[in-house]
Design a protein around this ligand. Structure first.
Ligand code: NAI
Length: 677
């Protein structure tokens, strides 16, 4: 048969009459399930029905992954509910055709098996997975604001029981092959080299049907279901609100309504996903996903990636940066004036490596890559020197004068400063063109964003190398123009200071925090200030106050003077005693005025940054703020939020606040430009 177009699926039958159906998407390094791939699968299934092999094994032609999920870019092309439902129903039919094949069908899984990829495996009779650390199975759809739609929400509870299925689907959690075996999600977890034989053996000898554990059988009883659903809802409600993130709630409703009629169950699943996928939350979460991909691509370039990193300053940030780099495979030397600090860094490293790497030999190797270097021998060897010493321009300049002559010709120098403009630091250097900012956030192991800041003389190729380095250590690089506070701190500070002003005026901190979390922030500003440390907030605020029209509230000054520094000193705006429990304010009435004052100060600064082109465009500005501050992802980013809410309305609300509270609310000049767009 003449092939019109490169085939994504290959079907071969071997001597023992096993058909091997291999997915290897052309022009893509990972397998995803787009419409074309699914239609082609349907044709192959028709061929298999004719061919009548003894068994079918579905596998991937990619070395590192099975199927990463549905093609997310195609989501953005779906505009209306009916169209969505038709597309989903069609995919469901193809998977049902696979499920209905009369011979044993086996999914042979190595690497990522996520979303639609796992749903395809669920439509097979058996699953065998490699126990490689890179193999992950899961249904992470809720993270994109939807839930499984290719039959997964029906088949998974049936296969492993509702409790196990819901714990995977509601959190979008992924599991290793071994955990998947325990859950009953795969029949075998074996070493990669045994996969093929394992698949053959499944084809020849059907394993006995696994009986669901008692608690799973009980939870699936019609009488128990409403109680289970209530419990699940309660647990979900602790994490996300229904109006912000409806998908997990819809998934519970769906399961509760599932009955014996399978066709009706699939229809209900399709209708529910069609509703969600065309809703605001899913659209915005898909947007955030694509923004994240865009940031990753900024770090992919031909630039040579630094491999040896020398970190100076082994405090909170330097220690964590060094440890993270070693974890990601870099050779790291770490220097500090205080040798005790270096001991603490290695101790923290051991904890981090054990938590992340689990097995002994990778932990040992990572520890070997982290070299305490009190005398700074690494300066002369490193491709990249990261400075993370005290936030004091003179001290930093003095250090740069000492190290510059010893650095390699081609090495980069990066500062982790949070607020000192790079031009002030560049003065100390003979070759300021290789100075850049790499601004990590605390805690490094959790915060994905790293601002890549250009100084007045930084060469573009060095910024490229900086971004490539950030990508290599699995963080998200955001190139930003140098300005006081850069992007994230500059935007956060007015919002945090407004919160302090509100406390000064007598508003309960818990109400202020509630206003922010109701809006969708992951943590309220008062608690955030306590967590960052009020001394750090104060020092950043003072520096920013020299450049922007912000005032430092007296309350912040007096609390720092009283040594009430926040969480680290046991007391800040909140008390952090032994029973440090977040008090819940659910249901507390929050005055709109409080929300508006907080959010509009933040948005006003966002608009100023947009006007000044601090990030390359509005999309990257949104990306940076979402990943740097946790700004309500379901709103798609602050610029997107401004556009969808209407810039005119927001600007006029700012003018009202300006009248009542003064010039800190004066709308930035950028609002006018946005309104006229
Ligand atoms: P830190 O006070 O915890 O650590 C600073 C370390 O540098 C100390 O261990 C000190 O002994 C060492 N040090 C000072 N001068 C030195 C020198 N000349 N040579 C070698 N070691 C020296 O400070 P932290 O919080 O880690 O901050 C470091 C830098 O990172 C600052 O520029 C800060 O603005 C920035 N930063 C801090 C964040 C935070 O949340 N703490 C977040 C992002 C950036």
């Amino acid at each position: 048969m003449a092939t019109k177009q490169a085939e994504q699926w290959k079907l071969e039958q071997d001597d023992s009459r096993i058909a091997w159906l291999t997915l290897d998407r052309t022009e893509s390094s990972a397998n995803t399930l787009g419409r074309q791939v699914l239609e082609e699968l349907d044709q192959k299934l028709a061929e298999i029905e004719e061919m009548r092999p003894k068994a079918v094994v579905i596998r991937s032609g990619k070395p590192g992954g099975f199927i990463a999920g549905a093609d997310i870019k195609e989501f953005t092309e779906i505009t209306d509910r009916d169209q969505a439902e038709t597309v989903i129903r069609r995919s469901q039919q193809i998977f049902s055709r696979l499920e209905d094949l009369p011979m044993p069908t086996i999914a042979m899984i190595h690497g990522f098996c996520l979303g639609g990829g796992l749903e395809l495996s669920l439509a097979c009779r058996y699953r065998i997975a490699s126990d490689d650390p890179g193999t992950r199975l899961g249904l992470p759809e809720v993270l994109l604001g939807i839930h499984p739609g290719f039959g997964g929400s029906v088949r998974l509870p049936r296969l492993i029981g509702p409790l196990g299925a819901m714990s995977l689907m509601l959190a979008g959690r992924t599991v290793t092959a071994r955990s998947a075996k325990k859950l009953g999600l795969v029949d075998y977890a074996v070493a990669e080299r045994h996969l093929e034989n394992g698949a053959r053996s499944l084809a020849e000898n059907a394993p006995p049907k696994r009986r669901l554990p008692l608690r799973e059988r009980l939870a699936a009883l019609p009488l128990a279901k409403p109680w289970v659903a209530k419990l699940l809802r309660r647990n979900v409600a602790k994490k996300v609100r229904e109006d912000h993130y409806p998908a997990p709630y819809r998934l519970i409703d769906l399961w509760l309504d599932f009955g014996r009629d399978e066709a009706a169950n699939y229809n209900a699943e399709a209708a529910s996903v069609a509703e969600l996928i065309t809703g605001e939350t899913a659209r915005n979460l898909v947007r955030v996903f694509l923004l994240q991909e865009q940031m990753k691509s900024l770090g992919r370039s031909d630039a040579s990636v630094p491999q040896w990193v020398h970190v100076i300053g082994g405090g909170t940030m330097g220690g964590d940066i060094a440890n993270w780099c070693a974890l990601q495979g870099m050779t790291v030397t770490i220097q500090d004036l205080d040798p005790e600090r270096l001991g603490q860094v290695v101790k923290r490293a051991a904890t981090l490596f054990r938590r992340k790497l689990k097995q002994e030999s990778p932990v040992r190797n990572a520890l070997d890559r982290l070299i305490p270097d009190p005398d700074g021998h690494g300066v002369a060897k490193a491709d990249l020197v990261i400075e993370a010493i005290f936030e004091d321009a003179d001290t930093k300049r003095e250090l740069y004068r000492q190290i510059e002559p010893r650095m390699r010709e081609d090495a980069l120098l990066a500062s982790n400063t949070s607020s000192i403009p790079l031009e002030e630091l560049a003065k100390a250097l003979k070759r300021p063109e290789r100075l850049l900012g790499l601004h990590f956030f605390n805690p490094v192991a959790k915060m994905q964003l790293v601002e890549v800041i250009s100084g007045p003389d930084t060469k573009p190729e060095h910024l490229q190398r900086g971004a490539a380095f950030v990508h290599a250590i699995k963080r998200l690089p955001l190139p930003v123009k140098g300005c006081p506070g850069f992007l994230v701190n500059r935007i956060l500070m007015p919002y945090l200071l407004e919160a302090v002003t509100l406390v000064e005026e007598g508003v309960d901190p818990a109400v202020i925090d509630q206003a922010a979390t109701d809006f969708g922030m992951p943590m309220g500003p008062v608690r955030l200030a306590d967590t960052v440390g009020l001394d750090i907030c104060l020092s950043v605020a003072r520096i920013l106050a020299n450049h922007y029209p912000i005032e430092v509230p007296g309350k912040l000054e007096s609390m720092v003077a009283d040594k009430r520094l926040g969480r680290k000193s046991g007391r800040g705006f909140y008390d952090y005693g032994s029973n440090d429990k977040k008090s819940s304010n659910e249901g507390v009435a929050v005055p709109t005025e409080v929300t508006d004052r907080l959010i509009l100060r933040l948005l006003n600064e966002v608009v100023a940054c947009w006007r000044e082109e601090i990030a390359e465009d509005a999309d990257l500005l949104d990306a940076g703020i979402i990943f740097g501050t946790g700004f309500a992802p379901f709103r798609g980013g602050p610029m997107h939020h401004i556009t969808t809410s209407g810039p005119e309305q927001l600007a006029s609300r700012l003018r009202e606040l300006e009248q009542n509270h003064g010039s800190r609310f004066t709308p930035d000049a950028g609002w006018e430009e946005l309104s006229s767009k």
